[in-house]
Design a protein around this ligand. Structure first.
Ligand code: NAI
Length: 339
């Protein structure tokens, strides 16, 4: 029995997380869900976007499946996603980009995972303005790369490769220009790669990597990189396989892991019943893989793959003019799982 925190989220969140829970349960894996609120739903009920009970639940269960949360623009509260990332030191952002037959995309054979360092680099928040002379103000931003932070993300990438039976880790850097920061990351990558002779190690400069990603994406398996490069490359890779509706992101730390779709709460379609639940269902599969339920995870991925290929029950974002909604699509996936 796995105890898992479930955060339904805002907008389309409750509908798509309910669909994901149904699909996960259809695999036969036993789960005790601990339902907690965050985001607007929590503001409405507790006047707090991230109640202590939600934090405590994640701390205790160590695993959460999360629906998207609405973040107010301008004023209001700070992004709950950022707060969660910091509270649990979720240092690895893991984003698979996998092509599905039956979707309208340029490439058909992509199966890569971007592993982005989530806490350091240019996002360390060290920014300021300085007065250079009477006429000149300069804005400066510092990137922070530590040995400890680099080791843990690169080791995570190699361990992930072994666990998921992948063959190659590509480290992406800009060490030709950023000799200290990117240089240190690359040096540590080369050291760690020696401890994993069973995994091929490849290194690429970030600009060339972008070109290769759009010209021959099939050469990539796992990409490991620093925060800013990972932010950009993971979105680029998602775009290659059809964008938001199918893209999953996991934030992983030593003490907790949070799984979710990459898209937001889609307020424009929130009550229409047509939200595509697939990204959240695949987030559920990734979560099952993380807790060791590899077979159930593969079965969900396979069921999703078949339902997309057959194309009958797709939501309108995947198939123009479709009249099928969230529940029809989830039902079709549940049926493939034999329930
Ligand atoms: P969004 O991803 O919610 O929506 C962008 C467009 O994609 C919309 O037209 C929407 O209808 C469509 N879309 C998104 N997910 C869909 C799905 N599953 N099925 C069908 N269509 C889908 O991005 P937007 O509008 O910029 O953000 C809305 C809210 O979500 C904001 O408050 C934002 O802060 C929040 N957000 C939360 C995230 C999270 O909690 N992880 C991530 C991104 C945004």
């Amino acid at each position: 029995m796995h105890k898992i925190t479930i955060i339904p989220g805002d907008g389309i969140g409750p509908a798509i997380t309910a669909a994901a829970m149904r699909v996960i349960e259809a695999t036969g894996v036993k789960i005790e869900w601990d339902r907690q609120l965050a985001g607007m739903a929590a503001v409405e009920k507790f006047s707090n976007p991230l109640p202590d009970a939600t934090i405590e639940s994640i701390r205790k269960n160590r695993i959460a499946l999360k629906g998207p949360l609405t973040t107010p623009v301008g004023g209001g509260y700070r992004s709950v996603n950022v707060t969660l990332r910091q509270a649990f030191n979720l240092y690895a952002n893991v984003r698979p980009a996998i092509s599905f037959e039956g979707t309208d995309t340029l490439f058909k054979n992509i199966n890569l995972v971007t592993i982005r360092e989530n806490t350091e680099g240019l996002y360390a928040g060290i920014e300021h303005f300085i007065k250079v002379d009477e006429e000149t103000i300069a804005a400066e931003s510092s990137a922070v790369i530590t040995r400890k932070g680099s080791e843990r993300i690169i080791e995570y990438a190699f361990e992930y490769a072994r666990k998921s039976k992948r063959k190659k880790v590509t480290l992406v850097h800009k060490a030709n220009i950023l000799k200290c920061t990117s240089g240190l990351f690359l040096e540590i990558g080369r050291e760690i790669a020696k401890r994993y002779p069973d995994i091929e190690f490849d290194e690429r400069i970030v600009d060339a990597c972008c070109m290769h990603l759009v010209m021959k994406p099939e050469i990539f398996d796992i990409i490991v990189t620093t925060n800013l490069f990972g932010d950009i490359l993971s979105d680029l890779a998602s775009g290659l396989v059809g964008g938001l509706g199918l893209t999953v992101g996991a934030n992983i730390g030593k003490d907790a892991a949070i799984f979710e779709a990459v898209h937001g709460s889609a307020p424009d379609i929130a009550h229409l019943g047509i939200a595509n639940p697939i990204a959240t269902i695949l987030a559920g599969a990734m979560m099952l893989e993380h807790v060791g339920e590899l077979d159930a995870a593969r079965r969900i991925e396979q069921a999703v793959r078949e339902v997309i290929r057959e194309g009958e029950f797709l939501t309108p974002d995947l198939k123009k003019g479709s009249t099928h909604g969230t529940d029809d699509l989830a039902d079709a996936i549940v049926k493939k799982l034999g329930h």
